[in-house]
Design a protein around this ligand. Structure first.
Ligand SMILES: NC(=O)c1ccc[n+]([C@@H]2O[C@H](COP(=O)([O-])OP(=O)(O)OC[C@H]3O[C@@H](n4cnc5c(N)ncnc54)[C@H](O)[C@@H]3O)[C@@H](O)[C@H]2O)c1
Length: 318
C-alpha cells in the first residue's frame, strides 16, 4: 500500500514506518522536525528511514494548508495514518497555541484533504488522556470522556469528534487509537522512562510526582503499539475508537526499580506534589482491540525496559 504517514521523525511514527517499509509498503512521510525535544534524535530516526527506497519525506508543517495540498496532489495515497501532533500533557498548560495549530488546525487540514482526495481510510492517534481523572478503571471505550483535564486531552478528544463528523458526512473510514504511555527504543526524551534514564546517567535527580505514591501507568511497549496501528491501517471497520495499551498498569516505583537495575545506577529521587493536568492512574481495557483487531500486547515492563536501556546505552555510547 501507499501510506501517507505524518510524524515519521517522531517516536511512534519512526517505529511504525520501519515496520511498514519492511513489509513492502510505500511510506510518504511528513514531519516539521520541531524542537519540542532534541532535533538530532528526530534527524537520526529519519536517517534510518531514508535507507529505504520506498520512503519519501516532506519537511512541512501540517498547519500549512498550501504545502499539504501539494503533497496530496503529487502522490497516489491508499491510506492515511495521522500521528503528527504536539504531544505532552504538562507542556500544554503553558503552550496552548501550538496545540491549536498542530492538533486542531493540522488535524482538520489532514482529514479534510484525505476526504477531498477521495481516500477512504483514515487512522489517527488519540490518547489515554481523554479519560481524564474520572476514577472509573479500567478505561473502556464506551465510557464518558467529556471532561478532559488538559488542553492536550481536549485537543485529542476534539479529533475524535471531528473524525466522527467526517465519517457521518462523507463516509470516511476513521479509526482512532487511544495510546497509553508508550516507551521503547528511539523513545521520547520528555517521557518518564527516557527522562529518568537521562537524568540517572548524568547523576541528576529524577522528579517523582505525587511524592511517588499511588501513581500507576499502563506502560506500553512501542512494538505492541506499532502492531496495533498496523492492524488499524489494514482493517476495514467504518468508524471506531480503540484503546491500545498493555492492559495492566505498573507502579511508578516499580518502573524506577527496573530502570535502576538495567541502567546499573541508583536513582536520586526528588519527591514532588501532583502536577496540574496529571492523573493518578491510566489503565486500559483492551478487550475491544483484542476482539476486533486481534491486538495482543505481549511485552512485560521488565522486558521492555531491558530493550529500551540496551538501545539507550548504544545510542548515547554509554
Ligand atoms: N508516546 C505516547 O505515549 C503517546 C500517548 C498517547 C498519544 N500519543 C500520540 O501519538 C502520536 C505520536 O506520538 P509520539 O510519542 O511519537 O510523539 P513525537 O513527538 O515523538 O512525534 C510526533 C512527531 O510529529 C511532528 N510534528 C508535531 N507537530 C507537527 C506539525 N505541526 N507539522 C508536522 N509535524 C509535526 C514532530 O516533529 C514529531 O516528530 C501523537 O499524536 C501523540 O499525541 C503518544
Amino acid at each position: 500500500m501507499k501510506i501517507l504517514l505524518t510524524g515519521t521523525a517522531g517516536f511512534i511514527g519512526h517505529n511504525l514506518a520501519k515496520v511498514l517499509l519492511e513489509r513492502g509498503d510505500t511510506v510518504i512521510g511528513i514531519d516539521n522536525f520541531n524542537d519540542y525535544y532534541e532535533v538530532s534524535l528526530k534527524e537520526d530516526r529519519n536517517k534510518e528511514l531514508e535507507k529505504y527506497p520506498k520512503f519519501k519525506l516532506y519537511r512541512i508543517d501540517i498547519s500549512n494548508l498550501k504545502d499539504l495540498k501539494k503533497i496530496f496532489e503529487e502522490n497516489d495515497i491508499d491510506r492515511v495514518c495521522h500521528l503528527a501532533a504536539q504531544a505532552g500533557v504538562r507542556y500544554s498548560i503553558d503552550n496552548p497555541y501550538v496545540y491549536a495549530d498542530s492538533n486542531m488546525v493540522g488535524f482538520v487540514n489532514i482529514i479534510n484533504l484525505t476526504k477531498d482526495k477521495g481516500i477512504k481510510h483514515f487512522v489517527y492517534a488519540s490518547s489515554s488522556s481523554v479519560y481524564g481523572d474520572t476514577g472509573e478503571i479500567p478505561f473502556t471505550e464506551t465510557q464518558d470522556v467529556n471532561n478532559p483535564i488538559s488542553l492536550y486531552a481536549a485537543s485529542k478528544r476534539s479529533n475524535e469528534l471531528i473524525a466522527y463528523t467526517y465519517h457521518h458526512l462523507f463516509g470516511l473510514r476513521t479509526i482512532g487509537l487511544r495510546f497509553f504511555t508508550v516507551y521503547g527504543p528511539w523513545g521520547r526524551p520528555d517521557m518518564a522512562i527516557f527522562k529518568f534514564a537521562d537524568k540517572m546517567s548524568k547523576g541528576e535527580e529524577i522528579p517523582v510526582f505525587n511524592y511517588g505514591k499511588d501513581m500507576k501507568r499502563d506502560f506500553t511497549y512501542v512494538d505492541d503499539i506499532v502492531d496495533g496501528v498496523v492492524r488499524a491501517i489494514d482493517c476495514e471497520y467504518e468508524n471506531e475508537i480503540f484503546n491500545l495499551g498493555k492492559g495492566s498498569p505498573d507502579e511508578l516505583g516499580e518502573m524506577i526499580e527496573i530502570l535502576e537495575r538495567y541502567m546499573g545506577i541508583k536513582a536520586k529521587k526528588k519527591l514532588l506534589p501532583m502536577q496540574k493536568g496529571d492523573v493518578l492512574i491510566t489503565y486500559s481495557n483492551t478487550n475491544k482491540a483484542k476482539e476486533m483487531l486481534g491486538y495482543d500486547p505481549k511485552t512485560t515492563l521488565e522486558n521492555g525496559i531491558e530493550r529500551f536501556v540496551e538501545w539507550y546505552k548504544g545510542y548515547y555510547k554509554l
